[in-house]
Design a protein around this ligand. Structure first.
Ligand code: FCB
Length: 450
């Protein structure tokens, strides 16, 4: 391991979670049903039939969790708000008890010296809105603005860092095209429209948040990847370019004022009855609302091969051969973070970037002395921090890094089988144990480097 890596003085070190993955209490204090409640309660969707009904019981243990974060010395905490706690039926009336929960959490974090980074949408939409059509329907974007307005009005005096959406690609395509996430639909047209309305919801809510939360920094988080061709051949090169378009540019380009990428518009256009031109010049300028930062979630790269038609998406993704893989099956490829950050800055000149998620799933648990020796997580983080540092040295304005995740939690379709936490959670007792990686991270934060 290399020594003496120093990060910039104002660099922000944090951890991240999301509401459905940790809170539990799915019916508490007036909360409405979310699409993830409905999806996990329907047999066959989640490994081992797991649900987020209890999860880490963070809804009741938040104060203990904040103390643990303070012990780690994290400077910032990225968490999300459960939309159906605030608007149980999707539209008003507001549920004050839901707002109060997050208000207490924010106060407690601030008292502990931890800066809250709030994600408004990390996938748990009110089921009532899905029943009315979900993200494929334009009115859902309007409902989102109402929600963003309510939350930023109540928390905007204390929360100064806002992330509108987490990974709209996942919401749209894994939720509406592949059906492996809530709401579990398998309709490409619905997915494409969902993607557009998610972006619209983002763009419309940016000015609303700014108005309610003076001096706030507002951004969006995307799941971004590095798509590399499996060979030097033309077909593979094109397939990699398409995967890059499908996952990265379909979102980045409109967000940064370039409209939808042309090499994909054929696929896109057929799902909009009015065609792309009519597509709403107004929509595109709303989506391109200036933001303060981009949140990047990076886990792995994709190696792509395709001999089929270029518009036959997604192209085949083949596993990287010999390299190390985490228990999610994702290749460990720290170089990809460096490549991605450099490319993002080079292409879009983004003024400030955060890694809003990076981490790995390994199930190493407590030994007979209760110690969790998760050496592979420690080395994964070490190597990714190093890659980020290299990008910073070359001029990429990386402002901070949020390790996914603060604690083991409900990993969507994988249920509790995948553990991403710095903190071990023993689900039967809800006991928390700082893993070795957490203790190492505490040191990194204290020294602002390693
Ligand atoms: C990301 C999600 C996050 C978590 C990690 C492993 O796609 O944003 O909730 O599940 O993957």
């Amino acid at each position: 391991m290399t020594t003496s890596i120093q990060f910039p003085q104002d660099f922000v070190w944090g951890t991240a979670t999301s509401s459905y993955q940790i809170e539990g209490a799915w019916q508490a204090d007036g909360k409405g049903e979310s699409i993830w409640d409905r999806f996990t309660h329907s047999p066959g969707n989640i490994k081992n039939g797991d649900t987020g009904d209890v999860a880490c019981d963070h809804y009741h243990r938040w104060s203990e969790d904040v103390r643990l974060m303070a012990e780690l010395g994290v400077q910032a905490y990225r968490f999300s708000i459960a939309w159906p706690r605030i608007l149980p039926d999707g539209r008003s009336p507001l549920n004050q008890a839901g707002l109060d929960f997050y208000s207490r959490l924010v106060d407690d974090l601030l008292a502990a010296g931890i800066v809250p980074y709030v994600t408004l949408y990390h996938w748990d939409m009110p089921q009532a809105l899905e029943d009315a059509g979900g993200w494929p329907v334009r009115a859902t974007a309007e409902a989102f603005v109402e929600y963003a307005d309510a939350v930023s009005r109540h928390l905007g005096d204390r929360v100064k860092n806002w992330i509108t959406l987490n990974e709209p690609w996942v919401s749209a395509f894994m939720g509406y095209e592949m059906g492996v996430h809530a709401p579990g639909r398998r309709e490409t047209a619905a997915a494409v429209r969902a993607a557009h309305h998610l972006l619209l919801a983002h763009g419309w809510s940016v000015p609303v948040i700014r108005q309610n939360s003076p001096d706030a920094k507002v951004g969006i988080t995307l799941n971004l990847t590095v798509a590399q061709p499996a060979s030097a051949g033309e077909a593979d090169r094109r397939a990699a370019q398409h995967l890059d378009g499908y996952i990265n540019r379909w979102f980045l380009d409109p967000l940064y004022g370039r409209s939808y990428p042309e090499d994909l518009s054929a696929r896109f256009e057929q799902h909009f009855p009015q065609g792309l031109d009519h597509l709403l010049i107004g929509d595109l300028s709303a989506i391109a609302a200036p933001t303060d930062f981009l949140g990047v979630n990076y886990y792995t790269r994709f190696i792509v091969r395709d001999e089929k038609a270029a518009d036959n998406l997604p192209p085949e993704v083949i596993p990287a051969p010999k390299e190390e893989h985490t228990e999610m099956g994702w290749e460990v490829y720290p170089e990809g973070l460096y490549i991605l950050l450099s490319k993002l800055y080079g292409e879009y000149r983004i003024p400030s970037i955060y890694v809003t998620e990076n981490g790995c799933s390994y199930s190493d648990g407590p030994d007979e002395n209760g110690r969790v020796r998760d050496a592979r997580r420690l080395s994964y983080l070490h190597d990714h921090f190093q890659a980020a540092h290299r990008a910073i040295q070359e001029g990429v304005p990386l402002s901070g890094y949020f390790v996914w995740s603060f604690m083991d939690n409900f990993e969507w379709a994988e249920g509790y089988s995948q553990r991403f936490g710095l903190v071990w959670v023993e689900y039967q007792t809800q006991k928390r144990i700082l893993k070795d990686s957490a203790l190492w991270y505490k040191d990194v934060i204290a020294h602002n480097g390693f």
